[in-house]
Design a binder for this molecule. Structure first.
Ligand code: NAP
Length: 414
């Protein structure tokens, strides 16, 4: 496809999908959106580290061809005021894998969040957030080394579907009348009304991805997190459909927690993933008190949203928590924090969140050696107490450095 402002690098090749698998050339084109606010600083630093790790891991055999695409303030400058140009969506669809910095959501004027727009237009239905601790990272818990979970959050349904009717509007009154008169519902006058759709289709494609992820990595369990005791036909159905999917499509490689006890006396059989479920409120406590019991948490949208930030806090906070939004193949990796506008261009903030999102991206394209090298070098740098301001204030004897200096330190530790 010909683009207006996007320049496709001539030295790179497209990633394609063949036989239901990504086919990644040695010189893939990867798309990136720089991001607003601190985006420039963290993207510049992270790209230097990823490139150096790829060079160190494959000695020039492999190399990323970066292709800049635009969203947010840089898009508005490039496309005459358009914050979310159409060709950005086209480029992600065509080149399949990309990474983005944080984007400002301008307040007011009915402006939709650019992040939400990207997820919805590209139908990036699984939000994947690994939560693990790196040695030396300041943490509020006693044994952060036990925290190692991946959250799979459904991204398109639930109360985030945007079906809401404001109190006092004719639409609200119409729906309230219908619910009271025809459905026998009982609720206070003047209530705002929101609808919470959760479907078998939406649940199953999310749980399928979560189980496949566990199988690919030899992880021991997938826990369905739900509030089905109260919301029976939405959250409860999520639980039911999750178990159903496991049985229908992965029956030979999964067992339920009940089967684990009734048939295996609680000992995990080799090669099987245990499917279990927990109610959403207790999972917050269990993930804090007994994190070792969980590998993958598959959640409807709202539970997943809360849980992602709560768990990230155990291992260093949103400054280093990575994430990705993934469809069947198309994947957009992203920093999970915002644009931190007060630090724009100060070369000050922690690039960790974007850096580790890039590690996820390298794993996603199968470049596991480079991904591991970034993680090892990062850990070594933190152990040397070379850190950005946010960790410096929590680390005794730390050497506080700028974003770019931190990147140089990681590169020298590769
Ligand atoms: P934020 O940008 O995440 O910043 C909040 C605070 O988090 C910062 O002031 C800083 O805390 C800390 N922080 C964030 N990133 C950091 C980093 N890389 N290194 C170290 N510390 C970091 O949240 P916000 O101020 O609520 O939102 C600002 C803008 O970002 C808004 O326009 C919002 O819509 C947007 N946003 C975008 C995304 C996204 O693109 N995915 C996500 C969330 C928000 P201290 O100052 O205390 O050190």
């Amino acid at each position: 496809m010909a683009f207006d402002k996007i320049v496709v690098p001539q030295d790179g090749e497209k990633i394609t999908v063949e036989n239901d698998k990504l086919k990644v050339p040695d010189n893939p084109v990867l798309a990136f959106i720089e991001g607003d606010g601190i985006g420039y600083d963290i993207m510049t630093a992270s790209k230097r580290i990823w490139d150096a790790a790829v060079q160190a891991a494959y000695g020039g055999q492999r190399k990323v061809s970066w292709m800049e695409i635009y969203a947010g303030e840089k898009a508005a400058k490039t496309y005459d005021g358009n914050y979310m140009p159409e060709e950005t969506f086209d480029a992600i669809q065509e080149f399949i894998v990309g990474i983005k910095g944080p984007l400002t959501t301008p307040v007011g004027g009915g402006f939709r969040s650019l992040n939400v727009t990207l997820r919805q237009v590209l139908d990036l239905y699984a939000c994947v957030r690994p939560v693990r601790w790196y040695k030396g990272v300041p943490s509020p818990v006693k044994e952060p080394q036990n925290v190692n979970m991946v959250i799979f959050r459904e991204n398109t349904e639930d109360v985030y579907a945007g079906i809401e009717y404001e109190a006092g509007t004719p639409e609200n009154a119409k729906l309230a009348d219908f619910l009271r008169d025809e459905m026998g519902a009982n609720f206070w006058e003047g209530a705002g009304i929101g609808i919470k759709p959760i479907s078998a289709f939406g649940t199953k494609r999310l749980v399928r991805k979560a189980i496949q992820y566990a199988l690919d990595r030899g992880l021991d369990s997938v826990t369905l997190v739900h509030k089905g005791n109260i919301q029976k036909f939405t959250e409860g159905a999520f639980r039911k459909w999750g178990y159903e999917l496991a049985k229908e499509e992965f029956g030979d490689v999964t067992i339920t927690e009940d089967e684990l006890w009734s048939e295996y006396d609680g000992h995990q059989p080799e090669g099987k993933v245990v499917i279990k479920d927990r109610i959403a409120d207790i999972i917050f406590q269990l993930a804090l008190l007994r994190p070792k019991e969980f590998s993958i948490l598959a959640c409807p949208n709202l539970n997943g949203d809360y849980l992602s930030d709560a768990l990230a806090a155990q291992v260093g906070g949103v400054g280093i928590a990575p994430g990705a939004n993934i469809a069947d193949y198309v994947a957009l990796f992203e920093a999970t924090h915002g644009t931190a506008p007060k630090y724009t261009n100060l070369d000050k903030v922690n690039p960790g969140s974007l850096l580790f999102s890039g590690v996820m991206m390298l794993e996603y394209i199968g470049w596991k050696e480079a991904a591991q090298m970034v993680q090892d070098a990062y850990e070594k740098t933190i152990e040397q107490k070379i850190v950005t301001y946010d960790f410096a204030r929590q680390t005794e004897g730390a050497k506080e450095v700028k974003t770019s200096e931190f990147a140089s330190a990681v590169i020298s530790n590769l």
